[in-house]
Design a protein around this ligand. Sequence first.
Ligand code: PLP
Length: 311
Amino acid sequence: MKYDVSDRRIWFKGQILSVNDAQINVLAPTSQFGLNVFEGIPCYWNENERQLYAFRLKDHYDRLLHSAKLLQIECALDRDYLTKAFVDVIRANGYDENLSVRQTLFVDGFGSWGSEGPVEMFIAPIPRGRTSAEYNKTGLHCCVASWRRISDETLSPRIKCGANYMNSRVGHREALRNGYDTCIFLNEAGKVSEGPGSCLFIVKNNEVITPSLTDSVLESITRDSIVKIAKANNIRVVERTIDRTELYTCDEAFLCGSAMEITPILTIDRYKISDGKAGKITNCLHQLYLDIVTGREKSKKHWLTPIYDQK
Ligand SMILES: Cc1ncc(COP(=O)(O)O)c(C=O)c1O
């Protein structure tokens, strides 16, 4: 059965039900303080195989459980349970299109920001056609945010929790207010960190460079995939601290993430990146990435989890 998106099935506290029937108490710590950890897990439809593939599901669960551990949101569910619930709810919708699946552990009940529980879960598949316009653009005009990225000493960007997105919000809203598509944050040391919902790469002299995992970034699964894909294709990759001025003089730049995949950056603070068009290496990595996530490229099939029974 295929449901309209407005009445899609979601997995909510152990049951599969209409999104309209899933209700969370307004006083719950997740509602009041953003006390939740979550993943946005991409799934890609392969028409030839008539199969839907979840991308790097195990790695998403590693990060989800690390986020939960750091915030002491005790998750009683094991990985097999997380996976089964994920597969069940997608199957319940009968989706045969690309998805972003939100899988969230949240603190429910009447407690406060210090509460340990009760910890509950929801899983909501979201067809990707409906992701934000920013992410569907073919190239981005970015600014450097005047706000700094949160740091490991205050609220670690390594934790993927709802509350961290308030830092993303102020930077992104500032960018929109000033006529840009989105922003790039500097960290507290004044070095380049990441976008509000994405990681950053630049290309200089045919070398692909991205900030280190200790430069105030989320441990992005797309970032890690790009590093591995580039290396496997003999493209040199360096993970190091990046200065702000390198943003303006690089040959290519792009943001990446499960939602935005690989999206070229055309200008930063109105400085044109090379000729202001998507670069060669960016386009090449983008194509390799799409071939892998959809299962067209077989060498990384171990990154894919099939959702439907194989014929
Ligand atoms: C702040 C931030 N950085 C990077 C990313 C990219 O992470 P991933 O590639 O795991 O989606 C995201 C997306 O969730 C994000 O919110």
